[in-house]
Design a protein around this ligand. Structure first.
Ligand SMILES: [Zn+2]
Length: 260
């Protein structure tokens, strides 16, 4: 069993993931109000990401598989801690932050997905790559968690559960990010997409799985033209929606397999 699958199975068994219940998405259009984000000519990041987020919100609202909240619906300023607080208060299952990129090199283009796992990148890749680590987790924690009567100290259980929560958050964020890339990769006409890691505040501080999407570069003359186009904005919302649908299917399938 690979690590992703193990985490999903274990968390489902523990009741963290319930199959087929609506997935609560907290959308987070970046910036707003006095904080305009990147501005290049007519393109304002705060406005652009709000438009895409609102279109995505409309798609999610029509789908009973999802529940949707948003950190701001208007062009107003909202602090980063407040965004995190809102997501926690709503007990959202996923946090999706939407931004637009800028770079000193005007050739920079494409969509970037950022996820955060609270480990330095080198440790993270070690963690993901290590078969020994995987085997250790499977035999040790599975035993501790499933062998209820053998676990005597409440503190031990709490520590294991906390550990699993952290693992779930990281692995689910990674899975979500990979699902997003898959959607972009299957559309030949879509902008290129990459997965990156960076300690952005909103995706570092939220306790639920999270992703930060940079929808394109405002500094790239060709890309900014597309980003200002209403159809293209709708297409971006559609793509993110498609990825969320596919992510939810994966969660539900993992949960169903465990329960059957
Ligand atoms: Zn931004």
């Amino acid at each position: 069993m690979n690590l992703l699958r193990f985490a999903f199975v274990t968390l489902t068994t523990l009741g963290f993931l319930s199959p087929a219940s609506a997935l609560h998405i907290m959308l987070d259009p970046g910036h707003g109000g006095i904080d305009t984000g990147a501005v290049y000519g007519p393109a304002k990041e705060a406005e652009l990401v709000l438009t895409v987020a609102n279109r995505l919100k409309a798609l999610l609202e029509k789908d009973p598989s999802f529940q949707v909240s948003i950190t701001r619906t208007q062009d107003r300023n909202i602090s980063l801690p407040e965004r995190v607080r809102l997501a926690e208060a709503k007990k959202a299952d996923l946090f999706v932050s939407i931004h637009a990129n800028s770079a000193s090199d005007i050739r920079a283009k494409g969509v970037e997905f950022f996820f955060q796992n609270n480990l330095p990148p080198d440790e993270e890749s070690l963690f993901l790559a290590s078969q020994e680590n995987q085997a250790m987790i499977t035999s040790h924690e599975m035993h501790e968690v499933s062998g209820g009567d053998e676990v005597s100290k409440k503190g031990d259980v709490a520590a294991i559960v906390e550990d699993l929560r952290r693992q779930n958050r990281m692995l689910s964020s990674l899975r979500l990010t990979q699902t997003l890339t898959n959607v972009w990769e299957t559309d030949a006409s879509a902008a290129s997409s990459t997965i990156k890691q960076a300690p952005f505040y909103v995706i570092s501080k939220t306790s639920m799985p999270s992703v930060l999407i940079e929808i394109g570069f405002l500094t790239n003359p060709r890309e900014v033209k597309k980003l200002l186009n209403k159809d293209y904005q709708g297409d971006l919302a559609q793509k993110i929606y498609k990825a969320l649908v596919s992510y939810k299917e994966k969660v539900d399938n993992s949960a169903a397999k465990t329960l059957n």
